[in-house]
Structures are given as structure tokens and as C-alpha cells.
Design a protein around this ligand. Structure first.
Ligand code: ATP
Ligand code: FE2
Length: 335
């Protein structure tokens, strides 16, 4: 079985093609990079409308797959920016109608988690989903993903992006901040904001910007932000492991590209005698393959949609959508 997936929730338009063995046959992506400032939803949507038809062609070519071999068309239904979501959904509906194939709506957060999980080979890990708009510690139970802890204000990636722009850089900030942090060495004081299983970043944003205004070296600010923010994520992940009596962690989402975060989580998990896994960077950031793969899991459960019922859902949370493809019995037994 071969499925095509369309991703367009935010900055990145992407088309992926995967098989039922989770082989990624193709990913064709194009990221909208504003010359300055953050993402403007309408400009990003215009970008997606322009590039998506070419990305579909390019993914089919790379995968050496004909449209007649595609069994279903999946798309990211939410969460995300309304205009961007509508751009991808329109392309997916068009393909489904033109090829006479079922349309499969997919939750973008669940897709980040599922691609990471299948690549990890771990059956029932704790999941740390750290991306632009989301920061969640997640476990599966009774037919859906449950959010055990999350950000109380902004997603960690949006925090890093916003901060990097405030420090004079351009979008995306996470990877640039990672490079800058390698040059830093002094740990500057920043608010460490963990509230039970939840975290918050806006206080750290204000404090880091104030350090910059006072003339603190940018590499030290970047280093201190990374160490502080990733310690917070590591702490809530460890708390979730302890409460749920698990020993494996899988990381997903764009911020899971970060070497320091991977290392900190790995050290914590190994000290507890467990294992951790993070996918290659191309499958951590937004990509069509994760939508295709999760679409395949949903399609096998009959979770298809009519074109009329396929409206995008900009606020669709991780824990709002069913994920019945996982063994409910095994999952409940462990939670
Ligand atoms: P969401 O999945 O919550 O909707 P998104 O789709 O906008 O958010 P992703 O594509 O999953 O986000 O991730 C993009 C984010 O990852 C950006 O904020 C970017 O700065 C961050 N990021 C990418 N690489 C790195 C890195 N090496 N270190 C830290 N952050 C990174
Ligand atoms: Fe994402």
C-alpha cells in the first residue's frame, strides 16, 4: 500500500509518499522564509499554493510511483494557521477527486508522534513532542493520545524563533540559536518555569531579551536559554516516566532536531536504565511523510472523510482525535 500525504500547517509545504512498511519513498518540501520577522499566515498560504503542485509532481517522480498506485490521499487537518491549512486541504481534495481515492484527515501533532514512534521501533514509549507551536509530554491510553504535560504559554520552537528575531536574527531561530549556543560557555540566570507537569517560556523570553539589552554576549544568552529550556523539558519528561512507570522516550517535532535536547533526554533516560530515540532531522521538522504514514494508520481503520466533511480545524488538539490503531488493551494495561 502506498499513501501520499500533504503537509501545510504553518511555514512548510511538503508532500510525502510512504508504504505500509513505513518506508519513506519521497519527501518534497519547501519552507516559507520571511526576509524579516515571523510568519504571516496569508503570505505563507500564498507560498504553499504556489509550490504544492510542483511538490506533488516531484514527490511522485522521486518515489517512482504513478498516481494510479496511490491508495489514499492524507492531509493535515489541524492544528495550524487557517489559510495555510486550507491551501494544503484544497490540494489534497483535488488529488483525491482527480484520482478517485479516499481522503484521510490527519492531526499534525499525532503525525509528528507516529512517525517518530514507528522509526523508534518502540511499542509504547513516553513521547516528548517539542515543536514550533507545541510542547507536550504524551502517552497513549484507551484509544487516543493523552497530554500529560505541556506549555502553559507558547510552544518552545515559537519561543526560540521569537527570541532569535529579537536578538537580531531571522526565522527559523531554533537551528541558528543552536549554532550560537555552541560558542557560549557562561550560564546566565534565567527563570526556570516548571509547574508540575507543565512549563512556560514567556518569562524566559523577557529575561533573555533584557540580558541582550544590557549587553550580555549573544552566545552566552543562546547557551543559557538552551540549557534552561531543555532542562525544563527533561524534567517534565522524567516526571512522566516516573509516574507512568515507563523507561523509553521518543522525541518528535522540529525542536527534537536539537543535539543538546537529544543529549539531555538521553542522559536522563539512560540513568534510569531506559532508552531514548529521536528521528533524523528531516522527519522531526514538518514533512509530508509523517502525514502520509499517519494517514495510512487511519485509513486502515476506515477513518476517511468526504470532501464536504473535510473542513480544516486550526485548533484541533492532540488529545481530541481518536488513535484507535494502537492496541487499546496493551496501552491501558500499562497506564
Ligand atoms: P507544530 O508542530 O507545533 O505545529 P511547527 O509545525 O511550526 O509546529 P515544526 O516544523 O515541527 O514546527 O518545528 C519547527 C520548529 O523547530 C521551529 O520553531 C524551529 O526553530 C525549530 N527547530 C528546528 N531545528 C531546530 C534545532 N536544531 N534546535 C532547536 N529548534 C529547532
Ligand atoms: Fe510541526
Amino acid at each position: 500500500m502506498v499513501i501520499l500525504g500533504v503537509e501545510s500547517t504553518a511555514h512548510t509545504a511538503s508532500v510525502g509518499i510512504v508504504t505500509e512498511r513505513a518506508e519513506v519513498l519521497a519527501i518534497a518540501s519547501d519552507m516559507h522564509r520571511p526576509a524579516q520577522g515571523g510568519i504571516h499566515p496569508r503570505e505563507a498560504a500564498n507560498h504553499h499554493v504556489e509550490v504544492l503542485p510542483g511538490l506533488v509532481r516531484s514527490a511522485l517522480e522521486t518515489a517512482h510511483v504513478r498516481p494510479s498506485e496511490i491508495e489514499a490521499v492524507a492531509f493535515a487537518q489541524g492544528p495550524g494557521l487557517g489559510p495555510c491549512l486550507r491551501a494544503g486541504a484544497t490540494v489534497a481534495r483535488t488529488l483525491a477527486l482527480a484520482w478517485n481515492r479516499p481522503l484521510v484527515p490527519v492531526n499534525h501533532c499525532v503525525a509528528h508522534v507516529e512517525i517518530a514512534r514507528v522509526l523508534s521501533g518502540l511499542d509504547d514509549p513516553m513521547l516528548l513532542y517539542a515543536s514550533g507551536g507545541n510542547t507536550q509530554v504524551i502517552a497513549h491510553a484507551s484509544g487516543r493520545y493523552r497530554v500529560l504535560g505541556e506549555t502553559l504559554d507558547i510552544g518552545i520552537g515559537n519561543f526560540l524563533d521569537k527570541l532569535w528575531i529579537a536578538l537580531g536574527g531571522t526565522f527559523p531561530g531554533g537551528p541558528a540559536l543552536e549554532r550560537e549556543a555552541r560558542l557560549g560557555s557562561q550560564l546566565l540566570p534565567l527563570p526556570y518555569s516548571v509547574h508540575g507537569m507543565d512549563v512556560a517560556f514567556s518569562g524566559m523570553f523577557t529575561a533573555a531579551k533584557a540580558l541582550h539589552d544590557q549587553g550580555a554576549p549573544r552566545p552566552d544568552i543562546a547557551y543559557s536559554v538552551e540549557v534552561t529550556a531543555y532542562s525544563m523539558l527533561t524534567e517534565i519528561t522524567e516526571r512522566a516516566l516516573a509516574h507512568r512507570k515507563r523507561d523509553a522516550v521518543v522525541l518528535g517535532g522540529g525542536v527534537a532536531c536539537n543535539e543538546r535536547l537529544r543529549q539531555m533526554v538521553r542522559t536522563m533516560v539512560e540513568e534510569r536504565g531506559g532508552t531514548s530515540f529521536a528521528p533524523p532531522a528531516a522527519l522531526c521538522v514538518d514533512n509530508g511523510a509523517m502525514i502520509a504514514w499517519t494517514g495510512l494508520l487511519a485509513f486502515r481503520q476506515g477513518l476517511v472523510s468526504s470532501v464536504e466533511g473535510s473542513a480544516v480545524q486550526p485548533r484541533q488538539r492532540t488529545d481530541l482525535v481518536p488513535a484507535p490503531w494502537r492496541s487499546a488493551v496493551a496501552a491501558t494495561a500499562r497506564t
